[in-house]
Design a protein around this ligand. Structure first.
Ligand code: SAM
Length: 294
């Protein structure tokens, strides 16, 4: 294990250049090479701070094929900073592969923390964020998006999504269908001149953005945690029970006798009562009485 850090994962501003930390700028000056997702984007940042360190392209298309050679260069003493276009590298951005390989080779890696769109939006949301799940970008295909949301409805904490302005409406519509009673925040252009934080119930958020002629900028959506009637966020156990009861109510006929009529005819009444009791969360005696018409 080497003691000197050879790879720095450096967070960069998500809009406002004042968010570049003094430590990030010092590291940019000290390393031999800055690896950048898009050298043109990072060049602008470096020019602004008059940093002359050489830049090398390292986007998602080349990072896998380049990472072995880069790790070798680190082993021979070259020091690198890695940046994405904006925010924290590795979060919905390239970088993870390189960190993984470097750590496997005993290279010392350090993170220079700073702006991140997901954390900034969560802090701005005022929603139930004791627990949150970062879902990144939802699938574009409607059926896959719906399945993803169904799986996420099982999770009790807040949900965070990245979204493109072109797909915001479709996503808000799907979210409003999946979570009609939950609040959400649309955080647009965080830390930039035209920053907008718009929070409302999901169906109302969808209505609001449907009215707009055009939607521009970068967007994070935060969906509130699951809550009970008093507004308290549900525990994971309560969320599980809630999910199972919702699932059952979707699948089970409202009338228990209709359910019973779908069971195999040759089943004993006591066995039918057992299944009925399980499905409708009633006692076996109640189920038996229903079946025999008491
Ligand atoms: N790694 C970055 C981070 O940690 O913030 C995020 C990179 S991800 C490829 C880009 C997405 O982040 C955008 O499509 C948008 O959803 C979100 N994003 C980035 N900057 C943003 C900003 N200033 N305001 C709102 N969302 C932003």
């Amino acid at each position: 294990m080497q003691n000197k850090t050879q790879l720095f994962m450096v967070a960069t501003p998500i809009g406002n250049l004042e968010d570049a930390s003094p430590r990030a700028l010092r590291i940019f000056d000290e390393v031999d090479t800055i690896l950048a997702e898009d050298t043109r984007v990072t060049r602008k940042l470096l020019n602004h701070f008059d940093i002359k360190t050489p830049l090398e392209r390292c986007d998602e298309h080349v990072i896998s094929s380049k990472s072995d050679a880069l790790v070798e260069r680190m082993s021979s003493g070259e020091r690198f900073a890695f940046v994405s276009d904006a925010g924290m590298p590795g979060i919905s951005d390239p970088g993870t592969v390189l960190v993984d390989k470097a750590l496997d080779q005993g290279i010392k890696v350090e993170v220079i923390p700073g702006p991140s769109a997901v954390i900034t939006a969560l802090a701005a949301s005022g929603l139930g964020i004791d627990n949150f799940y970062f879902a990144g970008f939802l699938p574009r295909k409607a059926s896959q998006r719906q399945q993803a949301l169904q799986a996420l409805s099982f999770y009790a904490g807040a949900l965070v999504f990245y979204e493109s302005p072109l797909r915001l409406l479709a996503t808000l519509e799907a979210l409003a269908q999946a979570f009609p009673n939950r609040k959400a925040l649309v955080a647009r252009e965080l830390t930039k001149l035209h920053e907008e934080l718009y929070r409302d119930d999901l169906p109302k958020l969808f209505d609001e953005f449907s009215k707009r002629e055009s939607i521009k900028g970068e967007i994070v959506i935060v969906v509130d945690a699951l809550r009970d009637h008093s507004g308290r966020a549900l525990s994971p156990q309560e969320a599980y029970e809630d999910f199972i009861s919702r699932l059952n109510s979707q699948i089970l006929p409202e009338d228990p006798l209709e359910f019973a009529s779908q069971l195999p005819e040759d089943l004993k009444t006591s066995e039918k009562a057992k299944q009925l009791a399980q499905a409708y969360n009633i006692s076996r005696k109640e189920a038996y009485d229903l079946l025999v018409g008491k």
